[in-house]
Design a protein. Structure first.
Lengths: 116, 113
């Protein structure tokens, strides 16, 4: 959904560098999710955050990956010391917290990371 | 862990032919969602099925949820070139976090004019 803003849309990094991906949820949405999509694959859940709180990070790799959603500003997915296997599309999704909401995700346009 | 399998991985059809993609979960699902992703694009929500045996239609698209709530299908009648894209099913296990979906690998549909 165009309301979820992600940047950068494309990012190229060399092995060992850091990648920072940003996501601003739709207005009125307080929950942010990060999903990763490897080439020719489905999306895999990484982490679920609310403002200043990580709710579920069970899909995050144990090392080099971290995520935050500060009180002010966008959510950030940070990948340290990138390797070629990190090359993927990273999608952010948000959803509202309202009665009757049934769980469909609103995805941003994604950040496509290429590691050289 | 929960797995959602989807077949076929690729489907090439002539415009006007029908198309079906199938989704099967290793566990009973609370609900199942379908998304479409155009080449180079992002997943866009199509529909959600909640009830056992549910069937929903959106114009030429028919979605079904199995009686056991472990499988689902999407059928497109008389495909058009605008149907090109990858169709994903995504299962929601209410035992897990809200919004945590288990996606199938997707079926990439190509439509020849």
């Amino acid at each position: 959904n165009a309301g979820v803003m992600q940047n950068p849309r494309h990012l190229v990094r060399r092995r060992g560098q850091e990648a920072r991906l940003r996501c601003s949820p739709m207005k009125g949405h307080s929950h942010v999710y990060w999903y990763r999509q490897l080439p020719e694959e489905g999306l895999k859940f990484m982490v679920y955050l609310q403002k200043e709180n990580i709710i579920d990070e069970s899909g995050m790799p144990k090392e080099r990956f971290s995520a935050e959603f500060p009180k002010e500003g966008p959510s950030i997915l940070r990948i340290q010391q990138v390797v070629r296997g990190d090359s993927a599309a990273y999608f952010c999704a948000s959803l509202p917290l309202r009665t009757g909401y049934t769980g469909e995700l609103f995805f941003g346009e994604g950040s496509r990371l290429t590691v050289l | 862990g929960q797995q959602v399998m989807q077949i076929p991985q690729y489907q090439h059809v002539q415009e006007g032919e029908d198309f079906t993609t199938y989704c099967n979960s290793s566990t009973t699902l609370s609900n199942i969602q379908w998304y479409k992703q155009r080449p180079g694009g992002h997943p866009v929500f199509l529909i959600q099925l909640v009830k056992s045996g549910e069937v929903k239609k959106q114009k030429r698209l028919t979605f079904q949820f199995g009686e056991a709530k472990k499988n689902s299908s999407l059928h497109i009648t008389a495909t058009q070139t605008t149907d090109v894209g990858t169709y994903f099913c995504a299962g929601d296990d209410r035992g897990s976090t809200l919004g945590r979906l288990y996606f199938g690998r997707g079926t990439q549909l190509t439509v020849w004019p």
